[in-house]
Design a protein around this ligand. Structure first.
Ligand SMILES: Cc1cc2nc3c(=O)[nH]c(=O)nc-3n(C[C@H](O)[C@H](O)[C@H](O)COP(=O)(O)O)c2cc1C
Length: 184
């Protein structure tokens, strides 16, 4: 197996982090790997907001959970009501991924960028998890100001980054490999 494919296999969601911060150089490498992702019509629509303010990260968690507790969906309600659950997993770095609303495929562009970032993080020994639930915070008007979001850009996801806590390591869920066929 070559090193790129090995890295793809090694990537997993990390949700338990050490407090230790990642270096700016590593964050630059991760974000710049995101920038290398493909985008529909080459729109290069994605914008990255790197949040390292612990108070803001905790604030987003609390506000998102407040919204989640109003959900009609049982599983979202449960996460929102679980005191031990942190939407952003108390990560030391959170990258908010937004994309231009003028782009042809902003969600797909964001998703491609996120996978590139997670693979880059894995290759650097840094843990990462893609967080969709943070959209409960993005629904709030205050989020645009707090996150200094650019006009015309919509936030879609967050990527949490940090060093995995070696005392709380979780394995990646096993894959069902029986999901492809050839037509020749
Ligand atoms: C669109 C999307 C949204 C996700 N949202 C969350 C989330 O809000 N919180 C979380 O902990 N993990 C989230 N994940 C991570 C998935 O739960 C994870 O990728 C899946 O369980 C498979 O585990 P693995 O990443 O370790 O292979 C999300 C993944 C994707 C692709």
């Amino acid at each position: 197996m070559n090193s790129v494919i090995k890295n793809i296999y090694e990537r997993k969601s990390v949700r338990k982090f050490l407090e230790k911060q990642i270096s700016d150089d590593d964050i630059k490498s991760i974000v710049e790997a995101g920038i290398q992702a493909p985008s529909g019509h080459n729109a290069q629509s994605v914008y990255y907001t790197i949040v390292q303010n612990e108070d803001l990260i905790d604030h987003m968690n609390l506000k998102a959970k407040e919204e989640m507790r109003k959900s009609d969906e049982d599983w979202i309600l449960k996460f929102g009501s679980n005191e031990r659950y942190h939407v952003l997993h108390k990560a030391p770095t959170v990258i908010i991924v937004s994309a231009s609303q003028e782009a042809y495929s902003p969600v797909e562009d964001s998703s491609a960028a996120i996978e590139n970032m997670m693979l880059a993080a894995t290759s650097l020994g840094i843990g990462a998890v893609w967080v969709g639930l943070i959209d409960h915070y993005f629904k709030l008007d205050e989020s645009r100001k707090k996150l200094n979001l650019k006009d015309g850009y919509k936030p879609y996801f967050a990527v949490c980054l940090g060093y995995e806590n070696p005392e709380k390591v979780f394995n990646k869920p096993k894959r069902n490999m029986d999901v492809y066929e050839w037509i020749r």
